[in-house]
Design a protein around this ligand. Structure first.
Ligand SMILES: [Zn+2]
Length: 442
């Protein structure tokens, strides 16, 4: 997911920039499991599986205690496992194996992410792509009602018929649903956290960066940005205005992604329509600007954020959808994609978003250099954009929801071997510095 940063970082009075990055990256646990995973009713246990314990005599004719049936027999007798349920369990076991292998062997993770997992993500994206709204959002909103309804119905049913068979009939779909979520993660998305790094795939040397390097990189970005600034329209508050609607943006970012992927062997493009989130405004309190939901294969965009964030967020979520899982890498891929665009506004967004990260990092690394940059190098239009964003963000800045989602996201990222957790978004500056240094040396 993508976390919206506080662009207030460019204003001198705002001290801490990293925390303000927008968190479009929704925690994956929230992603509702696909409905097709409900266990089929026909998996009911065969008749001979009636529980034997109840009918068993205490002792046989010879006065010996009867032997307890073996584990397999008892599992069969429970009526829990039919062919469908067994298939889900086997698939889940295989998916865990794939994930474990990917944690220990990055070459395997790279292969799996590029090919089999790409197929899974593609199929999921196509399966839900025709739905005009975010399926993940709809399911998430329905989950509390569905859960209460299911609990009530199952309680009534099992009170009427307390047999093991009936109990399992209600339990089985829930277990299968949970396992199905696990399967889509372990096979479709999880291994991507362990693939070869983007820096390696781009042939970059990744080393800690100095304040001067941040300054130089930000200056190089400004040099590329300045010639197109005259083509960008800004409103009286200072915010840039996207000169077309959401659907046109989807086409432009897809076109840019196709162009970018054509020159990169580590990512493949397929057409997809990122979904606007219906409850974008209230969602802004979580600081989430977008989220890729791996179980539905959808990229979801919070459209309440100012225009200049939308193209970048879209490209970020589409990067997750195409197997770039790490947050700093999805951020840098979003920059590269948007920079490839034929559309001047999408290109502007690439530079403006990267400048936000670079200046925030520069301010932490070297306050004096940061002030020099803001006074001498930062284009006034971009500074105005960041000030306008800061004003927009004031309303959402201090929210309980953002603290909760921030903590969940941080824990999730750390569980996926991303040691910097939520701070990994900002590590995009290391990639940017290495990229521009590499470009200069050529
Ligand atoms: Zn993300």
């Amino acid at each position: 997911m993508t976390e919206a940063e506080d662009l207030a970082s460019v204003t001198e009075e705002n001290a801490v920039p990293e925390e303000n990055v927008p968190e479009e990256n929704a925690a994956p646990e929230e992603n509702a499991a696909p409905q097709e995973n409900a266990a089929p009713e026909e998996n009911a246990a065969p008749e001979e599986n009636a529980a034997p314990e109840e009918n068993a005599p205490e002792e046989n004719a010879d006065g010996e205690k009867p032997k307890k049936p073996g584990l397999i027999k008892r599992i069969k007798a429970s009526g829990f496992f039919g062919p469908g349920t067994s298939a889900v369990f086997i698939l889940f076991g295989l998916s865990v194996l794939v994930y474990i292998l990917s944690r220990f062997i990055s070459a395997f993770a790279e292969f799996w992410t590029r090919y089999p997992a790409q197929g899974i993500r593609f199929l999921l994206a196509k399966a839900t792509g025709w739905i005009p709204f975010s399926l993940a959002e709809a399911v998430l909103l329905c989950v509390p009602f569905a859960a209460v309804g299911y609990i009530v119905c199952s309680a009534v049913s099992t009170r009427r018929d307390g047999s093991t068979k009936n109990y399992n009939r209600w339990l089985r779909p829930v277990v299968c649903l949970i396992l199905a979520v696990g399967i889509t993660f372990f096979m479709g998305f999880g291994p991507a956290y362990n693939r070869t790094t983007l820096a390696e795939n781009l042939g970059l040397e990744s080393v800690p960066v100095s304040g001067q390097e941040l300054y130089d990189t930000a200056s190089a970005v400004v040099e590329e940005l300045e010639p197109i600034l005259g083509d960008i329209v800004f409103d009286p508050d200072g915010a840039s205005v996207m000169p077309y609607g959401y659907d046109e943006l989807v086409e432009k970012v897809n076109a840019a992604y196709e162009k970018y992927a054509a020159g990169a062997d580590y990512v493949s493009h397929f057409y997809s329509r990122p979904k606007p989130i219906a409850l974008s405004e209230p969602m802004t309190y979580t600081h989430i600007a977008g989220v890729y939901t791996f179980m539905t294969g959808e990229s979801n965009i919070n459209t309440n954020y100012p225009d200049f964030l939308n193209p970048y967020t879209m490209a970020h979520e589409m990067s997750h959808q195409r197997g770039i899982a790490r947050e700093d890498e999805a951020n840098f891929a979003a920059f590269l994609v948007c920079r490839e665009s034929d559309d001047v506004y999408v290109r502007y967004c690439a530079y403006a978003n990267l400048l936000n990260y670079l200046t925030a990092s520069l301010r932490s690394a070297d306050k004096e250099l940061y002030n020099d940059f803001i006074r001498g190098r930062m284009p006034s239009q971009v500074q105005g954009e960041f000030v306008a964003y800061s004003r927009f963000f004031d309303k959402y800045r201090e929210s309980v929801a953002s603290k909760v989602t921030g903590a969940v996201n941080d824990t999730y990222l750390k569980s996926q071997n991303q040691k910097a957790g939520s701070k990994s978004y900002g590590l995009v500056v290391d990639l940017a510095v290495a990229y521009y240094k590499n470009a200069c040396s050529k």
